[in-house]
Design a protein around this ligand. Structure first.
Ligand SMILES: [Zn+2]
Length: 505
């Protein structure tokens, strides 16, 4: 009896301790990463490209022109190849080696399908082959090879719903070729994660970062649509922060809407990168680290480093273009917007493919997927859509529409209608902070246009009854803001965007 009581008593503080650790998590994680730097209050509220990232961003270079004109698809592929060279040299692309015995089943992504089977990793490890780079590239550039053997390039249709192994025999697919596009070249197979995806097919693959107990290991689904026609590879990543749900749905709708036989290029989607965080409703990895501060990762580093490395090596380096989809933190909300390094001409040009989206310049912080991918020569933006832990139809729609316009701009799909307002709007931005602690009440709404000195909201002191107005430091538009809540002095409450020149014009 006494014993039971004692254990009850010891359990309680333990639970409280757990809870406390839970709440302190963001600050804890931030401190660990930057032990020398004190953490300002706002940094304790996690955000993707958080307030500090925006504030520390290199200013946008004046009128740095983007590359004029659009690049043909062929050039885009070439750019992508460049970025694939690096890992090849290290010979760590072994599991991308095409293997005719591992043709991925063609799955209609609209159909409900069984989960993909993971590749048996251990066998692969031992056959590390420095020559792997040669076969790895082959499928990417099989334009000529495919031309030589049209039956390989020909998309097969009959087994689409059954998920059977695709047959090599040609039926009547040639008639389905878009003859209107004179320049369209039949695509070749694409190898990813140890599987070969035939042109004109779509499939679900399995990626495992290999951090879990082997026997309990879970795999992360990777959706691939390999178009029947040669073109660039667009990658979409969602839920790098496990509590950010809008991106998962944006990727689902975008991917499932693609017709592989009409697609030019490829689209790779990883809807839930941080699967463990997603299952627990948290933005972090099991080691409480923010995955989006660990790219491109390290094979022998921390858990976050390893996950980042695995994703970067196996998936990201295969992309020509990448849209990493995020949301604001729990207590802040954003207009749908892109974060992009407008000082990078290729990225600036890339942003022009997104319709009527707000584009906020941010040079990006070290360890972000956006930063690492851009440095690897992949044109990358972050798409911020709404709040975490919510499914928001308006934000999802805006994201899907924007991705459609992007794919059309790059000749990957052709749409039946024309957008009324296709141009993105560019912003430089600044954060307005609360000068006093208290309860924040906003007078403005997301998207409102405000003038310098205008009162955006008040911080009310519940004890003294003092009302402290927060005034805008600039004329512009409210592109992000905190929801009403208790704040401390220094809390970044309003993100004001000031319209900037459209690059290249
Ligand atoms: Zn995020």
């Amino acid at each position: 009896m006494l014993f039971a009581r004692t254990s009850q008593a010891t359990l309680k503080p333990f639970a409280i301790c757990l809870l406390a650790t839970c709440f302190a998590m963001p600050a804890w994680a931030a401190n660990e990463q930057n032990p020398d730097q004190p953490v300002p209050p706002s940094a304790q509220l996690p955000e993707d490209e958080n307030v500090e990232d925006v504030e520390r961003s290199e200013p946008r270079a004046d009128a740095q022109p983007a590359e004029a004109g659009e690049k043909p698809a062929a050039k885009e592929s070439a750019a992508g190849e460049g970025s694939q060279q690096a890992p090849d040299a290290k010979g760590d692309v072994k599991d991308q080696t095409p293997d005719s015995g591992k043709v991925a089943p063609n799955i209609d992504l609209k159909e409900v399908a069984p989960m993909p089977e993971p590749e048996p990793e251990p066998a692969k490890e031992s056959e590390s082959d420095p020559e792997a780079s040669a076969p790895e590239q082959a499928p990417d550039e099989t334009g000529d090879k495919a031309d030589a053997s049209p039956e390989q390039a020909a998309p097969e249709t009959d087994t689409a719903e059954t998920g059977d192994e695709p047959s090599e025999t040609t039926d009547t697919q040639d008639e389905a070729q878009p003859e209107t596009e004179a320049e369209a070249k039949a695509a070749g197979s694409f190898s990813l994660l140890g599987k070969e995806i035939l042109p004109g097919t779509s499939t679900r693959l399995a990626w495992s970062p290999g951090i879990q107990i082997a026997g309990l290991s879970q795999i992360t689904p990777v959706l691939v649509v390999n178009g029947a026609w040669q073109g660039p590879t667009l990658c979409l990543t969602g839920a790098i922060h496990g509590d950010e749900l809008n991106g998962i749905e944006i990727i689902r709708r975008t991917m499932y809407d693609l017709d592989p036989e009409k697609l030019t290029g490829r689209v790779i989607g990883v809807p839930i990168v941080n699967l463990t965080g997603f299952q627990q409703g948290t933005r972090y990895l099991p080691d409480r680290r923010d995955l989006n501060r660990h790219f491109p990762g390290r094979e022998d580093g921390t858990l976050a480093d390893r996950v980042a490395h695995s994703l970067f090596k196996n998936v990201i380096q295969r992309c020509d273009m990448l849209v990493d989809i995020h949301t604001g933190s729990l207590k802040r909300t954003n207009l749908p917007q892109l974060r992009a390094d407008m000082n990078n001409p290729q990225v600036a040009e890339f942003t022009r493919g997104f319709d009527s989206m707000a584009v906020v310049h941010s040079s990006g912080s070290e360890g972000m997927l956006r930063t690492a991918a851009t440095e690897a020569g992949i044109r990358t933006v972050t798409l911020e859509a709404g709040e975490s832990l919510r499914i928001q139809e308006h934000q999802i729609e805006a994201g899907v529409n924007s991705l459609h316009s992007l794919m059309e701009k790059h000749g990957m799909i052709s749409r039946m209608f024309v957008w009324g307002d296709p141009e993105p709007v560019y912003y430089d931005s600044t954060w307005v902070r609360a000068a006093h602690g208290g309860i924040l009440f906003s007078d403005v709404e997301l998207g409102d246009r405000v003038s310098e000195g205008e009162i955006l909201g008040y911080v009310s002191d519940p004890i003294t009854n003092a009302q402290h107005p927060i005034r805008s430091s600039a004329e512009g538009r409210v592109i992000g803001m905190a929801v009403d809540q208790v704040v401390m002095a220094g809390f970044a409450a309003y993100h004001i965007g000031t319209e900037a020149e459209v690059p290249g014009e």
